[in-house]
Write a protein that binds this ligand. Structure first.
Ligand SMILES: Nc1nc2c(ncn2[C@@H]2O[C@H](COP(=O)(O)OP(=O)(O)O)[C@@H](O)[C@H]2O)c(=O)[nH]1
Ligand SMILES: [Mg+2]
Length: 201
């Protein structure tokens, strides 16, 4: 992508000149897929977060036994990233639990596309999110957040089980790694650029 600096690891926000193109991107995915990690790791401004400590009230409602996970996003994550000097992404991370789908729906307004994060151990939890994003008419890219403990699944199988069309990008990433996360967003933005807008009638 022109202007993309692969070695850029800066976490401070370049100033906005007002001439940049801005894109709103939804970051979706099931509970524990790594959305908060992803948005917080990439944001060049202090990210907005709505993390709350999980309590016993969530037992039987949320999957509360992910190792190391003690909080959950109750409304959204928000971050901003200069993908190139003239392209700024506004990242909106939506909570992944089905009971928060109305929040995802609201956050999708004005978004140009979605990055759907997936942990291959929880593909079943991804289907309703894929369905919802499709129903909202949002083009998307699937990013498998590779957890060391998760078994490797061949791409063909992943495409089959998620019923992805051949043109839907499927990439691997590590949500904890800035470069890897940026590459996933670049795959999404490249895909969005290939989609021709509806002709104006
Ligand atoms: N091993 C590993 N752990 C991760 C990765 N991404 C996130 N985590 C951890 O997995 C948990 C869930 O991540 P979180 O970002 O809260 O998921 P969210 O529910 O989708 O927002 C956290 O404890 C993270 O530290 C990853 O790529 N590898
Ligand atoms: Mg979260």
């Amino acid at each position: 992508m022109p202007g993309y600096n692969d070695s850029d690891t800066a976490t401070t926000a370049p100033r906005l000149s007002g001439h940049e193109q801005t894109l709103k991107i939804l970051v979706a995915g099931h509970f524990g897929a790594g959305k908060t990690t992803f948005v917080h790791g990439l944001s060049q401004i202090p990210p907005v977060s709505t993390e709350e400590t999980m309590t016993s009230a969530g037992e039987g409602v949320d999957q509360t036994t992910l190792p190391g996970k003690t909080t959950t996003t109750v409304a959204m994550d928000f971050g901003r990233l200069h993908l190139t000097s003239d392209l700024v992404l506004y990242l909106f991370g939506a909570p992944g639990q089905p009971r928060f789908f109305p929040v995802l729906q609201d956050l999708s307004v004005g978004a140009l596309g979605a990055l759907i994060l997936v942990d291959t151990r929880r593909l079943a939890d991804t289907y309703p999110i894929l369905q919802l994003v499709e129903d909202l008419g949002l083009p998307y890219t699937v990013a498998v957040n590779v957890f060391a403990e998760a078994p490797a699944v061949p791409e063909r199988r992943l495409r089959d089980v998620m019923d992805l069309t051949d043109d839907t990008p499927l990439v691997m990433c590590d949500a904890r790694d800035r470069t890897s996360s940026r590459d996933a967003l670049i795959a999404l933005v490249r895909y969005l650029l290939t989609l021709t807008p509806e002709p104006v009638r």
